[in-house]
Design a protein around this ligand. Structure first.
Ligand code: UT7
Length: 329
């Protein structure tokens, strides 16, 4: 059976670390509050001269190196991001240029924290239909530039970075078994960036005065929906493949909040301290579309996934968007 398989993974994070103690110095918060409410201890922050494309290109080079293929061999580049270098052209095109993927079509995909799973789903379909043989899927964000550093409800949560995966066609047993993507647009204004699009353009002075170009979030609402949606997405993947949670070797959930991660895992019968649950949120915070590919790369490079393992990915984000992917490693 023809399917797609991840043959290389890579990630790239800024060197600059912002700890909870650093945040205590700029807003009214505490390490204790952030740790107990979110599980986050520190996050990485892009420095001047570093952009979404900077991290995306480096993560891509590392993924290509692991896959052992040249950038020229890529047919398609899909980049999930809500913090592109520019409104246009697509950051994917900048990455294409930087890595020398001269034969690839390249586009950005806006699905917030579900961006990588949406990208994986499209890449998988391109490969299964025979329209592409080698696809690069990237999640990359510089959220620190759309975070309101005066808003303690949101600024403690987010971080910058990128992860990437190379997908190739395979006829073996391993690879992507299924992907499922969902949206619920009735909550579009629960987690969003009100300004700097064309409703509230940055060219309008009031947009800047009202601080509309920063992330706005109804945290409690998002929290409740996140747990339910990630469970739904994960269960859909298992049912579609005739599996139960006992068949899952590793669960890699979107890294938004430790309480969301633990609640999702619990609903799948996986305890918070189970080695089958992957968590790196304490180090990076919520990197939106980059969170899952960074996690896959870490899990891959540290030997957390072995040949034949069933790896379950589940994400949830602004839109709302959500989704899952089940991979036989
Ligand atoms: O990537 C997917 C999208 N994002 C998410 O999944 C995030 C979802 N939401 C969350 O993770 C949580 O809702 C938050 C971490 C954002 C907030 O946690 P919470 O337990 O829902 O807290 P809360 O918003 O109910 O606030 C509780 C209290 C409030 O004080 P009062 O009104 O009870 O006096 C807040 O003002 O905590 C206060 N608070 C803070 N205190 C210290 C809010 N932020 C902070 C802070 N430091 N940084």
């Amino acid at each position: 059976m023809v399917r797609s398989r991840i043959t290389g993974t890579g990630s790239c994070l800024p060197d600059k670390i912002l700890t909870n103690l650093d945040l205590e110095r700029i807003i009214d918060t505490s390490d204790e509050w952030i740790t107990s409410r979110t599980g986050i201890k520190e996050r990485r922050i892009a420095e001047e001269g570093q952009f979404t494309s900077t991290f995306a290109a480096e993560a891509s080079r590392r993924a290509l190196e692991m896959a052992g293929i040249k950038a020229e061999e890529l047919d398609l580049i899909i980049l999930g991001t809500v913090t592109p270098d520019f409104p246009f052209p697509a950051t994917a095109c900048i990455v294409q240029h930087e890595i020398g993927a001269v034969n690839a079509a390249a586009f950005d995909l806006s699905a917030a924290c579900s961006g990588f799973i949406y990208g994986l789903s499209i890449a998988d379909k391109y490969i299964r239909t025979g329209d592409a043989k080698k696809v690069l899927v990237i999640g990359a964000e510089v959220l620190s530039r759309v975070v309101d550093w005066t808003d303690r409800n949101t600024c403690i949560l987010f971080g910058d970075g990128s992860g990437a995966a190379v997908l190739e066609v395979t006829e073996g047993d391993s690879g992507i078994l299924s992907t499922h993507i969902f949206s619920n647009g009735s909550f579009w204004n629960t987690l969003y960036q009100p300004g700097c699009g064309n409703r509230n353009p940055a060219t309008n002075e009031q947009t800047l005065l009202d601080r509309l170009c920063y992330i706005r979030m109804e945290g409690n609402d998002v929290f409740k929906h996140a747990v339910r949606a990630m469970e739904e997405a994960a269960c859909t993947a298992l049912t579609a493949n005739g599996m139960t949670p006992a068949d899952v070797s590793l669960l890699i959930p979107h890294q938004a909040n430790r309480r969301i991660i633990d609640a999702t895992a619990k609903r799948l019968g996986i305890a918070a301290d189970d080695a089958r649950l992957f968590v790196n949120l304490h180090n990076y915070g919520n990197t939106s579309s980059a969170s899952i590919p960074i996690s896959i790369d870490e899990a891959n490079r540290t030997g957390r996934m072995k040949s034949g393992d069933n790896v379950l990915l589940a994400a949830f984000g602004g839109g709302f968007t959500y989704g899952s992917a089940l991979i036989r490693w």
